[in-house]
Structure formats: C-alpha cells, structure tokens
Design a protein around this ligand. Sequence first.
Ligand code: DAT
Ligand code: MG
Length: 152
Amino acid sequence: MTMERTFIAIKPDGVQRGLVGEILSRFERKGFKLIALKQLIPSRALAEQHYGIHRERPFFNGLVDFITSGPVIAMVWEGDGVILNARKLIGATKPLEAEPGTIRGDLAINIGRNVIHGSDGQGTAASEIALWFKETELNDWNPADQIWRVEN
Ligand code: DAT
Ligand code: MG
C-alpha cells in the first residue's frame, strides 16, 4: 500500500455552476480522505506558478485569466494510489474525449472550462500542495470507519 497525497482544485467554472458538492461527493464516496480544503480567488502570481509548465503555450494567458476569474476550491486528498486514481476520476483533459462516468466526461464540454484540476504525478503533487497550502493547513486525522476502506 502506497499512501499518497494529491492536490485537487475545482476551477471557477465548477464553482460558478454549483458543482462543488457533486465533485466533493465523488472523492468522498470513493473513500479518499480530505486533508485540507479552502476557497480562494488565486492571485495571478499563484496561477502563473501553478501552470508554469504551460508558460510557452498559446493558451497560457487565457488559462491564467480564467483560473483567477473567481473562487477556486483548493483541496488535498489522501489515499492509497490517490494521485493516479484521482486523474481517472477526473477524466481526460478534453471533456468530449473523457469517458462517461468521469467528472469531465459527465460535467463538461470545453477544454478551457474543464471544471477540475488534479496533480499528474508524485513530483507535481508535492510541489502543488506546497504551493497552495501551508503545512499548518494540512490536517492529519483518522476517519472512524478507516478499517472499512483499506485492505487488511
Ligand atoms: P490537465 O488539466 O488534464 O492536467 P494539462 O496539464 O495538459 O491538462 O493542461 C492544463 C489546463 O490547461 C487544462 O486543464 C486546460 C488548459 N488547456 C490545456 N490544453 C489546452 C488547449 N489546447 N487549449 C485551451 N486550454 C488548454
Ligand atoms: Mg496538468
């Protein structure tokens, strides 16, 4: 078992469209553990750092405009294999190519409005968690039903 943490963010379109509860419930029902959650309107500096890898892409400025346009729900989720599995729950980057049953496959159409972000590997998970959260905002806790979530 490899316990991991990943950074997940509901983008401004997901918040504006009232999809926060729907998205949270998918991660909760899967059995992952919520370690941190906050709503914020990201600064331009934060957004540019978060999407720094895409700096040279033609869509970069529009992406930063969009992600700073309103409240984002920033979260850290923990669980066995959560980094890769969250990406599966989220679905492909292009919502029209995302499988039905995934968040983007069920809830989005446009690549520029694809509702949710999830870290794509161990390195980005660690750096994105550190970018968006202070250490003191991450809560260690044990769900009372933990025993029912994991293989013994
Ligand atoms: P993902 O969010 O699935 O990790 P990514 O890291 O390749 O995808 O891109 C980050 C975000 O940038 C993506 O969620 C939406 C936007 N984006 C990516 N490619 C795009 C494109 N060709 N046109 C417009 N926006 C794009
Ligand atoms: Mg990405």
